[in-house]
Write a protein that binds this ligand. Structure first.
Ligand SMILES: [Zn+2]
Length: 237
């Protein structure tokens, strides 16, 4: 029996309709298993996993499929020999697919939004990133690009190469800043001062200085005496 898209759906489901939710893959269907009567919303691959009686890829094995049909499905798709390795591969990629299917089913936030949120979680980015002006400007810029398959956003090589140099130059061009300091003691009871520089670009950490060896004026000299408008000696208060 040919294993075309339509035959698999036709043979093993009592109903199947393309999932119309925004964000579901083109092959995702909402289907009812012909054997056990359960409803799923997956691609063809997981339908096959289900009716093969093996399960896997995050979908359970059908408990009602006749064994001769299950075996035929397994044979047709070489599932028997792949089942064990597939189970081992049941990893991030599968989970992501499933999460996407789940979130479509739950009718949660838009898929684009959840992909952004997932990126933040996956990359351990601080949630505060979302409240920054830089973030809001970035989102606006991405939205302005619009749908465009050939655009892949920031370039890795540029980011850790020329961009760093450009950004350093840009920050150094800023004049009129405040130096903020915040004293604390480290485990060896050395008195340390964190030096931050505040300007119209935002606040950035400059360095921590050991007060027994350096004076705050080292930081002022580093930033440039002519650039420093004020020094805030106790940042907290
Ligand atoms: Zn079933």
């Amino acid at each position: 029996m040919p294993c075309g898209i339509s035959s698999v759906w036709k043979n093993h489901t009592s109903s199947h309709a393309l999932a119309s939710e925004v964000g579901s893959g083109s092959g995702t269907r909402r289907w009812v298993c012909k054997y056990c009567g359960k409803t799923y919303c997956t691609t063809r691959t997981r339908l096959i996993c289900h009716v093969s009686g093996l399960g896997g890829m995050g979908i359970g094995a059908c408990t009602a499929v006749p064994s001769e049909i299950a075996e035929a499905v397994q044979k047709e798709n070489n599932l028997a020999k792949e089942a064990s390795s597939a189970r081992r591969r049941e990893s991030a990629a599968t989970s992501i697919d499933l999460l996407e299917e789940a979130e479509v089913a739950m009718g949660g936030v838009g898929p684009s939004c959840s992909k952004i949120e997932r990126c933040i979680l996956d990359c351990n980015l601080s949630f505060n990133v979302l409240t920054t002006d830089a973030w809001k400007k970035m989102i606006k810029a991405i939205a302005q690009v619009g749908p465009c398959d050939n655009w892949h956003g920031a370039d890795y090589n540029r980011l850790h190469g020329p961009m760093l140099v450009e950004e350093k130059e840009r920050i150094e061009q800023v004049y009129g800043c405040s130096i903020l300091s915040d004293g604390w003691s480290d485990m060896r009871r050395r008195h340390i001062i964190n030096i931050m520089v505040s300007s119209c670009l935002g606040i950035y950490f400059l360095r921590a200085i050991d007060c027994s060896k350096y004076h705050i004026k080292v930081a002022i000299q580093e930033v440039g005496v002519e650039n420093v408008v004020q020094v805030v000696t106790d940042n907290a208060s």
